[in-house]
Design a protein around this ligand. Structure first.
Ligand code: LLP
Length: 440
């Protein structure tokens, strides 16, 4: 929930990475996304360590959809971690940061022809293929470019992990992947082996996001291994790679109990070793953690701009951000923990609802939270906002998106500049009357 370097002093002033949030707010403005370097590094390194302990060692591809910027891609590159991208834009960001394209996995249930071309010509490591149409398209475009495309097939194993329905992906009724129930996965396998210019490297299945149980991850590996044995018997095909996706849960609030990743990976490894037939190599495990690396490294700082108590007694605290910088409460009923800077959290003055500034009644950041009295001008910290906040931010109401700043050992470095009003109108063109003759 809190970043590793979170501290509170005797006056209840909060600091992250040794930098008081008041100082961050005054220097960079609010709302502000803050990322803690220590937390990011610890998470990345602990994934890397658990993967090294597997036999053969596994590999991690950070899911860029959780949070990506050129600086983040640069950090991943430094740390020797691969990247899972789902669009030309994410791939472009990785390449801008100088990331080795061979360490990139290209995901997504829709890839445009241009994106496939970009991936192939820039040399991405793997395409994760989601449909028969995409298989055919990659095969054809690779042929046109004189390339061979390394691919993984995305399978849907029919595992329903307990998480919000919007972020479940493993169940059969899903827009993602080839369902492992009606034979479509077998057809995909056959075509992947038959179509020219494709090199099938293995299989992928991602069962959902924010998962707390260990078992679904192990069942996923088991289902994929069973299919590998079918592939071996029917096609004499044995894969190099088994990609079990991401989805490792994190702590947003005190009741959340995240799973032990090292134990999951050890169990996955054990399952794979057990199910690999004698004489064949145990496939390499790929994982794609996003949230588990970046969520708890992130804190958003807001400033309280108004308070009101409405008939019925609900106390609203309105801040200068909201659904534009964090859509998750509105979209998934996601719950966040907040604190008022400079006030004792142990002595709450009441229960408050933190509302955003956007013109939408559903723009509520935190519902019913006990806090010391928030007053206009106070700074408010919301924790666990590193994943899927900046990444899903919008310009609704033409509010510029906040800056992202990295903190470490009492120092700060800007990762993403705050948007300006000029940025908002950058792609706008002026109104032209029909009679002006500029219409085409
Ligand atoms: N790999 C695949 C194929 C995925 O679809 C995802 C997430 C991940 C990896 C990374 O999952 P993570 O480790 O971050 O849980 N916007 C939603 C989350 C959507 C996740 C989509 N796929 C949210 O804010 O909760």
């Amino acid at each position: 929930m809190f970043p590793d370097t979170y501290t509170v002093d005797g006056h209840y002033h909060i600091a992250i990475g040794g930098v008081p949030i008041r100082q961050l707010a005054e220097e960079y403005g609010t709302p502000l996304y803050v990322l803690d370097y220590d937390t990011l590094i610890h998470r990345i390194q602990s994934f890397q360590e658990s993967l090294r302990e597997m036999n053969p060692p596994g590999q991690a591809f950070y899911a860029g959809k959780a949070f990506l910027s050129t600086a983040m891609a640069g950090l991943l590159k430094d740390q020797g971690m691969g990247l899972d991208v789902v669009s030309g834009g994410e791939l472009y960001t990785a390449l801008e940061a100088g990331m080795d394209p061979a360490r990139v996995v290209f995901h997504g249930n829709v890839k445009t022809e241009d994106e496939i071309r970009m991936g192939l010509s820039r040399g991405v490591g793997y395409f994760v293929v989601d449909s028969l149409a995409e298989l055919a398209a990659i095969s054809r475009i690779a042929g046109e470019l004189g390339e061979q495309a390394a691919i993984l097939l995305r399978l849907t194993p029919g595992i329903e992990a307990h998480t919000h329905a919007f972020i479940q992906t493993g169940q059969f009724d899903s827009k993602f992947g080839f369902g492992m129930i009606d034979g479509i996965h077998e057809e995909a396998l056959e075509q992947a082996l038959r179509l020219p210019n494709l090199v099938l490297k293995g299989f992928h299945a991602h069962i959902g996001s924010q998962i707390f149980d260990e078992d679904p991850f192990v069942h996923n590996a088991q289902r994929l291994m069973e299919f590998m044995r079918v592939a071996l018997e029917r096609h004499r095909y044995w894969p190099d790679v088994l990609d079990i996706g991401g989805g490792f849960g994190v702590q947003y609030g005190p009741d959340d109990d995240p799973p032990q990743v090292p134990r999951i990976l050890a169990r996955v490894n054990e399952t794979m070793r057990r199910l690999t037939p004698p004489g064949y190599p145990v496939p390499t495990v790929f994982i794609e953690p996003g949230r588990a690396i970046v969520a708890e490294a992130g804190v958003t700082i807001y400033q309280v701009r108004a308070t009101k108590t409405v008939p019925g007694g609900r106390r609203y605290v309105a801040v200068d951000g909201g659904m534009g910088d964090n859509i998750r409460p509105a979209l998934y009923q996601a719950a966040y923990v907040a604190q008022v800077d400079g006030k004792n959290p142990e002595t709450p003055a009441g229960v408050y609802t933190i509302a955003g500034r956007y013109c939408e009644s559903g723009d509520i950041l935190v519902k019913d939270i006990a806090l010391p009295e928030p007053e206009v001008g106070d700074y408010l910290a919301v924790y666990g906002t590193g994943a899927y906040n900046y990444a899903m931010a919008s310009n609704y109401n033409r509010v510029p998106r906040p800056a992202v700043v990295l903190v470490d050992k009492a120092r700060t470095v800007l990762w993403v500049k705050r948007e300006s009003y000029e940025d908002l109108v950058r792609n706008d063109l002026p109104w032209r009357r029909p009679e002006e003759g500029r219409w085409r």
